[in-house]
Design a protein around this ligand. Structure first.
Ligand code: PLP
Length: 348
């Protein structure tokens, strides 16, 4: 058989993923630690992440919608929960009622529909101040949800990655609702919320970003390991003569002769134009700056200092998430979820 390899790959560090999950679990004290695996586990590949975390003892997973749930349902072992954060629309009901995944009901309509359909265990989302999804904390949540078998009562923090009184306020509001509603478990904290302390963990936490190497608060930086390392192959090495320009719109002019490597990576792969002139490849600890604009499928890096880099070599892309976010102007979330389909995803 003739095999074909992509000219770009994501190295995914399975040990780092587990180390991050264990650290987050520990921060939650006695709370169970789940995992947000929506958006294909933020671009890493949900099936593989779920398999690895399940093997490590994770029992609670979160996706956004039923298309995502359906893809993972065949992998659900006994005793593993999968919650669908966007609840159940009318058009989801037939599937949801037959599914082993649970909806996270977030509107009065969803609650009524689920109850009238005789749906089984469900989760319920309370809005405590983000004004995104959830039953309003000021309302009669206990009355609205009467008769439901609630597995997890949840709310979501808006700004846990900042120091703001809003987090404590949301927590207070959540506790007030929780005291009046019968649910098996309560869950409030995402990655950043976990870093606010065990007070925020309740019975179950829902980290996403930090599992995948994102640093939600600077105090967590030393504990979170990088999971995702993009690599791209050198398609061509060339010499750019002083005064010549590189790439679209000629945004970089070589002040002196420069040697560049043209890599198989571009904005169609999620390496967006914000990295133009600001990103870098790295090899042997040496930074190789991106010169000129990132194209759709290509970019150029400066390899003047490394005469041995040649056509066919692989270079690591500098993708430590807090640094890459600062360089590109993208959030750490966008840096992960934007990673495209053309990478070979290679777990080690
Ligand atoms: C995405 C999401 C999470 C995970 O958030 P991170 O900031 O990535 O840790 C948790 N809970 C809800 C409701 C979410 O939508």
């Amino acid at each position: 058989m003739i095999s074909l390899f992509a000219p770009l790959r994501l190295r995914l560090d399975g040990a780092a993923l587990l180390s991050n999950w264990r650290w987050l679990a520990k921060q939650g004290g006695g709370a169970a630690c789940g995992a947000a695996i929506k958006a294909d586990s933020y671009g890493l590949g949900a099936a593989e992440v779920m398999r690895r975390l399940t093997a490590a003892g994770c029992r609670d997973f979160f996706v956004s919608n039923w298309i995502e749930a359906a893809a993972l349902e065949p992998l659900l072992d006994e005793g593993i929960g999968l919650s669908v954060l966007h609840g159940a629309r009318k058009e989801d009901m037939a599937y949801a009622l037959a599914s082993r995944a649970r909806p996270v009901l977030s509107t009065a309509e969803q609650v009524t529909r689920w109850r009238e359909a005789g749906g089984g265990a469900c989760d319920v989302m309370i809005d405590t101040g983000m004004n995104r999804l959830g039953l309003d904390w000021r309302g009669d949540v206990a009355g609205w949800t009467q008769g439901l078998r609630i597995e997890t009562l949840a709310s979501h923090l808006a700004s846990a990655d900042e120091d703001t009184p809003l987090s404590a306020l949301q927590r207070e509001r959540f506790v007030a609702v929780k005291d009046k509603v019968t649910a098996r478990r309560a869950s409030l904290a995402n990655s950043a919320g976990i870093c606010l302390g065990a007070d925020y963990a309740f019975d179950l936490t829902r980290p996403g970003l930090a599992l995948y190497g994102g640093v939600p608060r600077t105090d967590a930086a030393e504990h979170i390991r990088q999971v995702v390392k993009p690599q791209a192959q050198v398609l061509q090495r060339r010499r750019v003569i002083a005064g010549d320009t590189i790439g679209y719109n000629a945004t970089f002019t070589a002040p002196a002769d420069v040697e560049i490597a043209v890599l198989n990576l571009g904005y169609a792969d999620g390496y967006l134009r914000g990295f133009s002139g600001r990103g870098a490849a790295v090899t042997e600890g040496q930074k190789l700056p991106v010169l000129g604009r990132v194209s759709m499928d290509l970019l150029a890096v400066d390899v003047s200092a490394l005469p041995d880099i040649a056509e066919g070599d692989w270079l690591d892309i500098d993708y430590r998430l807090p640094d890459a976010a600062a360089a590109s102007g993208l959030s750490q979330y966008e840096l992960l979820t934007g990673l495209g389909r053309r990478f070979d995803r290679v777990w080690a």
